[in-house]
Design a protein around this ligand. Structure first.
Ligand code: UDP
Ligand code: MG
Length: 323
């Protein structure tokens, strides 16, 4: 039997873009059903991430116009990663495969055909990878590609140029459910689940309307969060730096003792002050990095819910109410 597909779409303040992209998602679902690749029960699941504009009203209207549209609403804004997670967990027991995609039309929805095909060929995870970034500005491209390289260097394995456009099978989702961490970075966590995976390539377009929610500051925060959530390599690097500086200063001490025994006193306090300041700076940075990990542990220990769903809309939920 053809698999039931849920397309998971996080939306935050997207009233401008939803009316443009929602018909495209519907068309895609209908064409996949027509081709017999997916089951007629397949849905487009919108996750409203505590939007402050009319996004949720639009999702509700959509769910009343077509039974393929359903939606859940988060009790407040929790960020893109948590919104996708909420959608994945909501879909987990209802479908065979999920595809998560942004709602702004930047990711080419035609890649979904290939994704489903790869699933039918036996892959459990299919990563959507951007083949070109021609439409991004030079700055965005430079920072984004630097981001992937830095992540991999620092021990967080991520697929190069893959964001959160991916197909995940139900089997992988059920295993992924056991990853209980609060600090989530999906593109680094999904590869950890394992199973057979592959990539499909697509061209990234420009946003159809509205504005990006990921300026440089948020992207840096995401990179830092990804690294410290997935790897302890920065801590190891700190130790290596500490070790290196200790060896260096030990040599310095031996040298100054030898020099003073030979009757030449070591001159210049400026060099000493600058070395002290340098080491003081390194120590502060190291404390900061360690503090970041302690902060993460603090959040994990509290184990607060990662998302809270306040409302649902769509025909599948209506049926539940009647029963
Ligand atoms: N998004 C979200 N919660 C947020 C910020 C963004 O659900 O707090 C959604 C947003 O609606 C979009 C996706 O995440 O569907 C990606 O955001 P955006 O397009 O602004 O990022 P970019 O593509 O520029 O990196
Ligand atoms: Mg976007």
């Amino acid at each position: 039997m053809a698999p039931i597909l849920y397309i998971i779409i996080p939306c935050y303040n997207e009233e401008k873009v939803l009316p443009i992209t929602s018909p495209m998602f519907l068309e895609k679902i209908e064409s996949l059903i027509e081709q017999g690749m997916i089951h007629a029960e397949s849905k487009v699941l919108f996750v409203n991430d505590g939007s402050k504009d009319k996004t949720w009203e639009i999702i509700q209207q959509l769910s009343h116009t077509n039974s393929h549209f359903i939606g859940i609403c988060q009790s407040r804004n929790r960020g893109h990663q948590n919104a996708v997670l909420a959608g994945l967990m909501e879909a987990k027991d209802k479908c065979d495969i999920t595809i998560s995609i942004d709602c702004d039309g930047q990711d080419d929805i035609n890649a979904m055909d290939d994704m489903v095909r790869e699933y039918l060929n036996g892959c459990e995870v299919v990563y959507g990878v951007r083949s070109k970034r021609d439409t991004d500005t030079f700055f965005k491209r430079f920072t984004a590609e630097g981001f992937y390289k830095l992540m991999n260097r620092l021990g967080a394995e991520v697929v190069f140029n893959h964001a959160d456009y991916r197909l995940i099978s139900n089997r992988v989702l059920r295993e992924f459910e056991n990853f209980k961490e609060v600090n989530i970075f999906l593109r680094g966590m999904i590869p950890l689940v394992g199973f057979k995976s592959t990539s499909v390539y697509y061209e990234r377009h420009e946003r159809m309307a509205g504005e990006s929610h990921y300026p440089l500051s948020k992207m840096l925060a995401l990179a830092f969060n990804g690294i410290t959530s997935l790897s302890v390599k920065p801590l190891q690097m700190i130790m290596a730096i500490g070790f290196f500086i200790s060896v260096l200063s030990f040599i310095g001490v031996v040298w100054s003792v030898v020099v003073s025994l030979m009757g030449n006193s070591v001159a210049g306090w400026a060099s000493i002050v600058s070395i002290v300041c340098f080491i003081g700076g390194i120590q502060l940075v190291c404390l900061g990095v360690i503090g970041e990990y302690i902060g993460k542990i603090y959040m994990e220990v509290k184990a607060r819910p990662r998302y809270i769903i306040s409302e649902r809309t769509g025909d599948i939920y209506e049926k539940d109410k009647v029963e």
